[in-house]
Design a protein around this ligand. Structure first.
Ligand SMILES: Nc1ncnc2c1ncn2[C@@H]1O[C@H](COP(=O)(O)OP(=O)(O)OP(=O)(O)O)[C@@H](O)[C@H]1O
Length: 304
């Protein structure tokens, strides 16, 4: 059981940034300490840009970012020491260190809270060695190392931009387990962008949807997953009715003529109405997160 903590880890107010054709924001978002929030959005929707703004690598045109009750630029060094960040890409060639060992020496000195035991354990679990040359690390090894650096100083906020992209399934499992362990250790906050629905289902307390630079809302995961359902019913039975909650009616597969799929965003109401009209429900299924995102995009749904 999680204890409720009123501390707000991340607070965005009216944050905006023009990006060529796209304008990110204005974004308003509040994330409480102690929770894992996943950001889901199509390519180019603005997720990485949001992370860069949160890390003060990009300056917003308007609006405010508050992290752990502090802000940029005044408290930048103190803040960065409490944040772990895995960027979507890193230019390892630009780093003036030859080996992991040399880079780790630099990174560990910068963080007063560096946890050498955790670093050593993760290096072993991820099968990395200090003498590996940075310039020849594979993509997966680079992700592992970026993750190890982000978490080994025991930050309060972990910002993860597609951290598992390129990882093999073994390394993926280790990373998810480590994030889980990190969350258990107190009032930690994780914000993670990912395209991997399995990760979201496994890890997230909340889901934030992004589309074209806008937030389509922050949702409690289980409530969201329970809030959308597909019902397969006979076409003739359905045809004359307007059922509550139904947002879309689709022809079912060619192999099931006369069967339609009803998409509902209020499954309990839809189910009650189907029962009331004595319509036989052939089967039901919860919607996948990407399907829910498509419907939210279509409806332009905005909710915090
Ligand atoms: N500094 C910049 N100047 C101009 N445009 C930018 C800049 N940074 C990002 N963009 C554009 O903003 C949009 C959002 O990019 P961003 O990388 O934030 O998307 P994303 O949601 O992380 O995408 P993906 O899922 O592919 O990683 C893209 O169209 C990108 O080309």
């Amino acid at each position: 059981m999680k204890t409720l903590d009123p501390l707000m880890s991340i607070r965005l107010r009216g944050l905006s940034k023009p990006l060529g054709k796209l304008t990110l924001g204005p974004l308003d978002l509040e994330l409480e300490a102690g929770y894992f929030t996943a950001i889901l959005g199509k390519n180019g929707s603005g997720k990485s840009t949001l992370f860069r703004l949160l890390m003060n690598m990009l300056k917003p045109e308007q609006g405010e970012i508050e992290l752990l009750g502090a802000g940029y630029p005044l408290e930048e060094v103190a803040l960065k020491r409490r944040i772990g960040y895995v960027p979507e890409t890193m230019n390892w060639q630009e780093i003036e260190c030859r080996t992991i060992k040399e880079l780790t020496r630099l990174v560990s000195r910068w963080y007063p809270s560096w946890d050498k035991q955790r670093y050593d354990r993760l290096m072993t679990e991820f099968e990395l060695q200090d003498n590996f040359k940075l310039e020849v690390l594979s993509k997966g090894m680079q992700r592992k190392l970026a993750f190890i650096y982000a978490i080994s100083h025991n930050p309060d906020v972990l910002l993860l931009d597609e951290p598992s992209s390129g990882l093999d399934p073994f390394a993926w499992r280790i990373m998810m387990k480590e994030i889980g362990r990190f969350m258990e250790s107190g009032n930690k906050t994780v914000l993670m962008a990912t395209h991997i629905l399995e990760e979201i289902k496994l890890m997230a307390d909340y889901i934030v949807f992004m589309h074209d630079g806008q937030l389509l809302g922050k949702y409690e995961k289980d409530t969201l997953m329970d809030g959308w359902k597909a019902f397969w019913v006979g076409m003739s039975a359905y045809s004359k009715l307007q059922l509550p909650g139904v947002v879309q009616i689709e022809d079912s597969s060619p192999g099931s003529p006369g069967v339609v799929r009803l998409i509902s965003d209020s499954p309990l109401e839809t189910e009650a109405a189907l029962n009331e009209h004595k319509i036989n429900v052939i089967s039901t299924k919860a919607l996948e997160l990407d399907e829910i995102l498509s419907f939210l995009i279509r409806n332009g749904n905005k909710q915090q």
